[in-house]
Write a protein that binds this ligand. Structure first.
Ligand code: ZN
Length: 438
């Protein structure tokens, strides 16, 4: 091994004025990974900003006559504003992460709760809740800015400050209601179940996810929105025909008052078995013609018929198995705590460190997840084109892109990394081909 002194003498000509403080190797790895991910995000954002601005002056040829210049320019400005906010957010997250690890935030909070409550289960739970609350509180200013500045500037925001506060209170309450028992159970497993605790935690986590999915439509979603059965008979008849053709049984068609918060529109499937239902945002029903609504629904049915929901659930279970195993390994390594300046090892500290630090190392995989998601979108579009009218889906998508001010000219690289849905040009071109080949 090359001696450090020799290394410095080889690379610094005398007199060597640079004094490098000692840094744990894992600290170096972590800070390097964080720096790389922040720089990559900044580079991608800069590309996106440049590309969208460069194409702002004219509607792309493929959309001329279909999209007005003012709508195209609004989409460009909206994209620029959102991209800049995203950039500020990732810079802020990196600073908070450094403060919590390198800056000793975790060490301080863990020692405080250990001193105040002593008992590992109680002190550990209080510590995890305090870190979560701190991270949540830091997100509030960004959410306020997004809603009341950016969304409002482009005419999308329908949210009032009292509604924002009520939502926040409900989210915090639900988070505590579900999260605190989960934290207590996991800490108990870590303390009592020996080396295989992560496996029991995985079983618990699967059960928890299935429970949330099952009760979301009937128990959680109504906390935030009103759901009313669809009462439009011609549309209902049209939808019934489609459902019969696709052999799909839903437990009901509902309209959600999405317009209370925003003028963006959407449709989705939710729930399992008996709680399975189709939900339309009220905005969507206002913006689209009946045949377009049918085509959008056919796309959602495509996700279901291709088993995308179960595939994603399977992926979630496989990945959580892998990550909980990894957490089991890391939580037993002294360097994991030392390298992240976290003070004395404990179960609660291991959990917090893991969930803070792992996303930094996962950023390079983001393009794979986005690719996987876009593949599903293309499959659902193909299903819709076969079972409903491809032309109606195209015109529905065009209206949705316009009404949501989605850019028609994203940067290729930015889109490949982040876009869970294919950008408009690709998606509409594929649908055109599908329709042409029928
Ligand atoms: Zn979709």
């Amino acid at each position: 091994m090359l001696h450090v002194g020799l290394f410095i003498r080889l690379f610094c000509h005398s007199p060597c004025l640079l004094v490098i403080p000692y840094m744990h190797p894992f600290t170096l790895v972590f800070i390097a990974a964080l720096a790389i991910s922040v720089l990559l995000k900044a580079w991608l954002a800069a590309r996106q900003l440049r590309h969208v601005r460069a194409h702002r002056a004219a509607v792309p040829a493929a959309f001329s006559g279909k999209v007005r210049l003012d709508a195209h320019q609004k989409a460009a400005d909206y994209t620029v504003a959102k991209t800049r906010l995203g950039l500020a957010q990732s810079a802020m997250e990196a600073i908070v992460l450094l403060a919590l690890t390198w800056g000793g935030g975790i060490r301080f909070l863990a020692a405080f709760w250990h001193g105040a409550l002593g008992v590992p289960l109680l002190g550990g739970t209080a510590f995890i809740v305090s870190v979560t609350a701190l991270l949540g509180a830091l997100e509030v200013p960004l959410a306020l800015y997004r809603t009341f500045v950016i969304e409002a500037r482009f005419g999308f925001n329908k949210m009032t400050l009292p509604l924002f506060i009520a939502d926040l209170a409900k989210q915090t309450l639900l988070g505590a209601l579900f999260g605190i028992p989960l934290i207590i159970a996991v800490l108990w497993f870590m303390a009592r179940m020996g080396a295989a605790w992560w496996f029991y935690t995985w079983l618990l986590w699967m059960g928890f996810n299935l429970l949330v999915l099952a009760i979301y439509p009937t128990f959680i979603a109504p906390f935030f929105n009103k759901f009313e059965p669809l009462k439009n008979e011609p549309l209902q008849a049209r939808i019934d025909r489609l459902l019969k053709k696709c052999r799909f049984q839903a437990q009901g068609l509902y309209v959600m008052d999405g317009s209370r918060r925003s003028s963006h529109g959407n449709a989705y499937f939710t729930g399992f078995g008996k709680s399975r239902r189709i939900v339309f945002f009220d905005n969507l029903l206002k913006q689209l013609e009946p045949e377009e609504i049918e085509a959008v629904l056919a796309h959602e049915l495509g996700h279901y018929k291709h088993g995308h929901i179960y595939q994603r659930l399977g992926l979630l279970f496989a990945l959580s198995f892998l990550f909980l195993w990894l957490l089991g390994v890391l939580s037993a390594q002294p360097w994991f705590y030392l390298g992240l300046h976290a003070g004395a090892p404990s179960d609660a500290v291991a959990l917090v460190l893991f969930f803070l630090v792992i996303p930094v190392f996962l950023f390079p995989f983001e393009p794979l997840f986005s690719l996987y998601s876009r593949k599903h979108e293309f499959e659902a579009d193909r299903f819709a084109a076969r079972n409903a009218d491809a032309g109606a889906l195209r015109s529905a998508l065009l209206k949705l892109y316009r009404d949501n001010a989605a850019t028609l000219t994203p940067d290729r690289m930015y889109s490949a990394v982040y876009d869970s849905h294919p950008p408009a040009p690709q998606r509409l071109a594929r649908l055109q081909n599908t329709a042409g080949s029928r």
